[in-house]
Design a protein around this ligand. Sequence first.
Ligand SMILES: [Zn+2]
Ligand SMILES: [Zn+2]
Length: 255
Amino acid sequence: MRVTVVGSGTASLRLRRRHSCVVVETGAEVLVFDLGFRAVRGLRRAGVHPVEVDRVFLTHFHGDHTADLIPFLLHRRFGRRSGDKTPVRGSLTVTGPEPFPGFWRSSVRSLNGEAPEVLALPSAAEKGAEVPLKLPGASLSWAPAKHRPESIAYRLESGGRTLVITGDTEYAESVVALSRGAHAALVDCSFPDERPVPGHLTPHGVARLASEAGVERVVLTHIGPQAERLDLAREVARGYSGEVLVAEDGLRFEV
Ligand SMILES: [Zn+2]
Ligand SMILES: [Zn+2]
């Protein structure tokens, strides 16, 4: 899997960090997780045109994860210049946690673009992953995250490799269980340990989660302005012996 962190920031808008968005290329499909503000521009900068994307998955409905949903759909329909050779993939599926249909109707009411297939994932399970969703070349499971009532984290498996995307969350046993043995986890690291905010992780929480789950490598993302000033990799390494990467917009890595 080739992973590109398109947006590594929080709702506190900073020029150097877009809102949340991650692209995963499995070889069979192009998957996007969350579409925060300026994600479409970031996708283009990463060389990914929205028409190439097969599936969008949302972790929850906060604006810093969903604001570019409409620009994304409009860009799929109208964003191709004449003569553009970017191959158009098949239909698009947009997937999110329950109650997804209500969110979808209110968000795209005025959309003058493509109407994709919409799929809702139940997030009511207390612990552990639901039955995996079979995708071409990959399988996806999910579990409740501790942030908003609908919040879920995702676990993607492809070619014997495993990636976890926590979305926004604080420490949660359900996310530890979902992350068990993952080769890489893209983890919320919004705030410093001295200034924790409910619903998010700090370096200490990241270390605890990643250690308990036995994750091989963590990539810190959703980095707020206060956390930005810290040596986050070093802080996480105090309680975690695996590899730590600090995401920037455009960071690309293989899993
Ligand atoms: Zn967020
Ligand atoms: Zn959020």
